[in-house]
Design a protein around this ligand. Structure first.
Ligand code: HEM
Length: 322
């Protein structure tokens, strides 16, 4: 009996040690030093959303791009005088400024009540959940306790973000590298139910050597050609979800089923028979999409989290403390 007790104590001590080394995120991380953090962030996000609806897609995409490079540590927020930070990388140039501004505003509001306590990484994670909820999507509990990263280099973005021409194997492998399953990937792609894309990201599907991509619905293809003629102004963008571009719903998957996925990396989720059943399911049953999306966002939010003594709590989200 004594032996069993001793073993139990040992196991508990080991768990504590591992816990402090690995560090774990938890929902109530700021309970004692900033108990209102979530309501402060939500209020700031709501205010920003009242100014522009772009707040929704911009913040959600910013979170994804943050997490896939160096982990969810707000490294994407850093502004470098030499234009060589993550945000300057080719794949990140199109991140809309309103996403950055949402986090900056929320951080300012949080600092008033709890100076120096809450990381920009956590604020971004909360804001990403809030924009989903405010546009009609599922709510979920955000795990907290991330610290802000101290590395942000444009060169480290290359190869770590998926491209709009990826096929299912490429998508699967880049998400797997980030501990995310195919189902997580299909659910997270559903974020394309909101927001815009610049014409150059899908123009090759319209003006290929053999004409438009045959997996595109022909009417949709010609509407896209009108919106995005050859050599169009590079600032022109179109809605990714043609029907409900500012509502977080499952219409994205219905679009895939009618050949109206804007990126081939989205359409392939339906044309490839390995992922088709999940697309069908999400198109038919919004609540099953919502459940999968919420769970995948929590898993996405765990990527490369810095805890304990790692990283820092940035004062200004766009600059390292020193
Ligand atoms: C699966 C692989 C993915 C690919 C290949 C991809 C690619 C793209 C591309 C090319 C754009 C257009 C950018 C522009 O021209 O401005 C875009 C926009 C967007 N992406 Fe993704 N993405 C992927 C996954 C995700 C995930 C996982 C999320 C979030 C959870 C996300 C959220 C968004 C949002 C919200 C927009 C609209 C941005 C805006 O309107 O400012 N994407 N994505």
């Amino acid at each position: 009996m004594e032996m069993v007790k001793l073993l139990l104590v040992l196991v508990m001590a080991l768990e504590l040690m591992v816990g402090s080394v690995e560090g774990h995120l938890r929902p109530n991380f700021y309970q004692s030093n900033c108990p209102n953090v979530e309501s402060i962030v939500k209020e700031a996000v709501r205010k920003k959303l009242n100014q522009t609806v772009v707040t929704i897609p911009a913040t959600l995409r910013l979170f994804f791009h943050d997490c896939f490079v160096e982990g969810c540590d707000a490294s994407v927020m850093i502004a470098s005088p030499r234009d060589d930070a993550e945000k300057d990388a080719h794949d990140n140039i199109s991140l809309a400024g309103d996403g950055f501004d949402t986090v900056i505003k929320a951080k300012q509001a949080v600092e008033v009540q709890c100076p120096g306590v809450v990381s920009c990484a956590d604020i971004l994670a909360i804001a990403a959940r809030d924009v989903v909820v405010l546009s009609g999507g599922p709510s979920f509990t955000v795990e907290l306790g991330r610290r802000d990263g101290v590395i942000s280099q444009a060169g480290r973005v290359t190869d770590n973000l998926p491209g709009p021409d990826f096929d299912l194997d490429q998508l699967t492998s880049i998400f797997a590298k980030n501990n995310l399953t195919v189902r997580d990937m299909i659910a997270l792609s559903g974020a394309h139910t909101v927001g815009f894309s610049h014409c150059d990201r899908f123009a090759n599907r319209l003006y290929g050597p053999a004409g438009a991509d045959p997996t595109l619905d022909p009417e949709y293809a010609s509407a896209l050609m009108k919106a995005c003629p050859r050599d169009v102004d590079p600032t022109i963008a179109v809605n990714i979800d043609l029907y409900t571009p500012i509502t977080f719903d499952n219409v994205f998957y219905k679009n895939l089923m009618r050949g109206m996925g804007l990126f081939s990396s989205d359409e392939v989720l339906f044309t490839d028979e390995r992922s088709r059943p999940v697309v069908r399911r999400f198109a038919k049953d919004q609540s099953s999409f919502f459940k999968a999306f919420a769970a995948a966002m929590v898993r996405l939010g765990r990527l490369g989290a810095k805890t304990g003594e790692q990283g820092e709590i940035r004062r200004d989200c766009t600059a390292f403390n020193n």
